[in-house]
Design a binder for this molecule. Structure first.
Ligand SMILES: C=CC1=C(C)c2cc3[nH]c(cc4nc(cc5[nH]c(cc1n2)c(C)c5CCC(=O)O)C(CCC(=O)O)=C4C)c(C)c3C=C
Ligand SMILES: [Fe+2]
Ligand SMILES: [Fe+2]
Length: 345
């Protein structure tokens, strides 16, 4: 019998990143790394570095640090500890044929450290799962570029595969539906808002396959031509979750948050969440259930922006009840969905 070359399969789970602490200096270091990434700020380096490292980050870091201080817990940043919990639970379910590592695109634990753990274990191949349900060049694409940059320097490069989108993954959708039903059992809602992290419209158009995507009705169906169109993916996730919750199209709105547009004067995906929620109470929509399906773990953009800032705006406009549905975090249905995605790969 020839000797078997079969080894463990490496799994790399990656999320975006977070500062090491909520102190301004750590937030500045994190934002400097994040906002000088050419996939996030797609300007020439000669403009990007002076504008962001020299001007925007120094102004933003103290304000962001205050928000991170609100978000921080005894276990640190939620994005980090939920990622580590997910890693542990997925490892337990996959068993010893697999080795699961966790890394962050920006700051710590770094992707390089996580990949080195897999390399030290001589894994047979590596499956990379960026924890962004909808593909965007600024999130998934950036993780892919970083992974390829690191492994391209290894003398021996094992087989590597990427799970680039899971926007319509049945287990992912089922978990959001389950979490939504828990909230709907506690309260009656007039309307549902799906609020996604925004990106500049330009980013969507740059990824348009043969000019298929024009930011119009083209994104209303999800097909082979717009598989990686961020806008079409956000609509697809929303449609599937709405179907799971038994909502008709007039019972929900898809919107986009977290724009940097005011400073860069660049249109981002619309409508903007903070703008659509203000007129709702005057139209009789007083109770809103909000989902954040671009994030698999609670973070600054969910807990603070959707859970607190939008709630405040909605109540100021006359709304009675604004409720954020928690993220998937380490929900058992989500852990199983990740395990299933790995097995299918
Ligand atoms: C869901 C995927 C994400 C995409 C796409 C994305 C694009 C993108 N983001 C910025 C600017 C900022 N994002 C910030 C925080 C942040 N972004 C994501 C995810 C995506 N970003 C997450 C998960 C988080 C939260 C991190 C946490 O620790 O909780 C921030 C920092 C927060 C702040 O200072 O307000 C900025 C800035 C751009 C410009 C962009 C695409 C072009
Ligand atoms: Fe972001
Ligand atoms: Fe599109």
């Amino acid at each position: 019998m020839p000797a078997s070359t079969k080894g463990r399969i490496g799994v790399l789970l990656v999320n975006l990143g977070t500062p090491d602490s909520p102190q301004t200096s750590d937030v500045r270091r994190y934002l400097n790394e994040f906002l000088t990434d050419a996939r996030v700020i797609d300007m020439p380096a000669a403009v990007r570095y002076p504008l962001f490292q020299g001007l925007i980050v120094p102004l933003r870091a103290p304000k962001s640090a205050k928000i991170y201080q609100q978000l921080w817990t005894e276990r640190g940043s939620p994005l980090l500890y939920h990622g580590l919990d997910l890693q542990k639970l997925v490892q337990e379910q996959l068993g010893s044929d697999y080795l699961v590592a966790f890394g962050m695109r920006y700051q710590n634990p770094s992707i390089e450290k996580a990949l080195n753990e897999l390399r030290a274990a001589a894994v047979e191949r590596i499956i990379v799962l960026p924890l962004f349900p909808q593909y965007a060049a600024a999130s998934t694409g950036s993780v892919q570029e970083k992974v390829m940059e690191i492994v391209s320097k290894w003398w021996v490069v094992p087989s590597i595969s990427f799970i680039s989108t899971f926007t319509n993954d049945p287990g992912f959708i089922a978990t959001i539906v389950e979490l939504g039903k828990v909230e709907m059992a506690k309260h009656t809602y007039d309307h549902v808002v799906f609020s996604y992290h925004g990106i500049p419209e330009r980013h969507v158009l740059k990824g348009s396959h043969n000019g298929y995507c024009k930011l119009g009705n083209c994104c209303n169906s999800y097909n082979k031509n717009n598989r990686y169109c961020y806008r079409a993916q956000c609509f697809e996730t929303s449609r599937l979750v709405a179907a799971g919750l038994g909502l008709s199209p007039d019972q929900y709105t898809v919107a986009f948050q977290s724009r940097l547009q005011s400073r860069l004067r660049d249109p981002w995906l619309q409508p903007y969440t903070d703008e659509i929620l203000k007129p709702m109470p005057a139209k009789g929509i007083k109770n809103v259930l909000a989902f954040s399906p671009a994030f698999v773990a609670d973070c600054l953009e969910t807990t603070i922006e959707v859970g607190e800032e939008f709630k405040e705006l909605f109540e100021e406009a006359g709304g009675a009840h604004w409720q954020l549905v928690p993220s998937l975090n380490s929900h058992p249905t989500w852990v199983k969905a990740v395990v299933d995605m790995i097995h299918r790969n």
